[in-house]
Design a binder for this molecule. Structure first.
Ligand SMILES: NC(=O)c1ccc[n+]([C@@H]2O[C@H](COP(=O)([O-])OP(=O)(O)OC[C@H]3O[C@@H](n4cnc5c(N)ncnc54)[C@H](OP(=O)(O)O)[C@@H]3O)[C@@H](O)[C@H]2O)c1
Length: 256
């Protein structure tokens, strides 16, 4: 889709890329010539598609698992990334999930902390750890995955998840100003309802069908609908004058 050399000689880190949106983002960066550290998720035994295994053999992809629900998991992952790349040109903080639907009155301290640690704290910690490598690029880009729910508040049981995505949205805007002198742009991609394993876990078929009907484009999104926005925001050639912004990918589900 994009030019096959758009990310030639560029080092890219994509978290949450063993499946779903992140996997497609990693695939498209690889197709455009990038060297991609693919965070494969929590499970080091996850079955991965052939294109990743081939890219790993050719030393274009570097597969690193890591559980971001603990400080140590994030620390070890960031250390592996820093050891692999002296320079990071693109950081995509995409790993995240709702963890569960937790009614406000029943939410335990542990559930609260797990959701916040994964969706919010890990983004801050990975970004902080990789700042020296991002600064070394001279024209780096950070692209953070947020959610339509950062604006709408989401649906019952998702309050803490939605609020953690709103945190990342605001954090990204502040970083965009703070890091501009270092040549680092910071933007977000905000998916609407995208058909991935995410919804297999947290939404019933009926709820998804109801949502589909309410979307002006009359269909749910796909990872392929989302990935090009990440590449666009990551490329200084295509978006060198864009920072502190969010691209909403939702088929018109939210127009404001
Ligand atoms: N699908 C949607 O409609 C939608 C809408 C708005 C925002 N989003 C956001 O988009 C991003 C990608 O979601 P997706 O739809 O592609 O979902 P997905 O298919 O469930 O993928 C989520 C990714 O995050 C990783 N992850 C989850 N928990 C983790 C943990 N504790 N430690 C490390 N990695 C973890 C997963 O790894 P494992 O394989 O180990 O679980 C997986 O790689 C997420 O940030 C999500 O919040 C999705």
């Amino acid at each position: 889709m994009f030019h096959p050399k758009l990310f030639e000689n560029r080092n890219v880190v994509v978290t949450g890329a063993g499946r779903g949106i992140g996997l497609e983002v990693a695939r498209q960066f690889l197709d455009c010539g990038g060297h991609v550290l693919v965070h494969t998720g929590r499970d080091s035994d996850r079955q991965l598609p052939d294109f990743l295994l081939v890219a790993e053999e050719e030393r274009r992809a570097f597969l690193v698992p890591g559980d971001f629900s603990s400080h140590d998991g994030v620390r070890l992952f960031a250390a592996a990334a820093a050891a692999l790349f002296e320079r990071v040109d693109v950081l995509v903080n995409n790993a995240g999930t709702m963890v569960g639907r937790f009614p406000a009155g029943d939410l335990t301290d542990e559930q609260y902390e797990t959701v916040v640690r994964l969706n919010q704290t890990s983004v801050v910690e990975i970004t902080r750890a990789l700042l020296p490598q991002l600064k070394a690029s001279g024209q780096a880009a950070i692209v953070n995955t947020i959610s339509i729910s950062a604006l709408t508040g989401g649906s019952p049981g998702s309050a803490v998840y939605s609020a953690s995505k709103a945190f990342v949205a605001t954090y990204s805007k502040a970083l965009a100003r703070e890091l501009a002198p270092d040549g680092i742009r910071v933007n977000c991609v905000s998916p609407g309802t995208i058909a991935t394993d995410f919804h297999e876990r947290y939404s019933s078929r009926e709820k998804l069908e109801q949502t589909r009907k309410s979307i002006p484009l009359q269909r749910l999104g796909t990872p392929e609908d989302c990935a090009p926005a990440y590449l666009f925001l990551a490329s200084p050639l295509l978006s060198g004058y864009i920072t502190g912004q969010t691209v909403e990918i939702n088929g018109g589900q939210l127009i404001c």
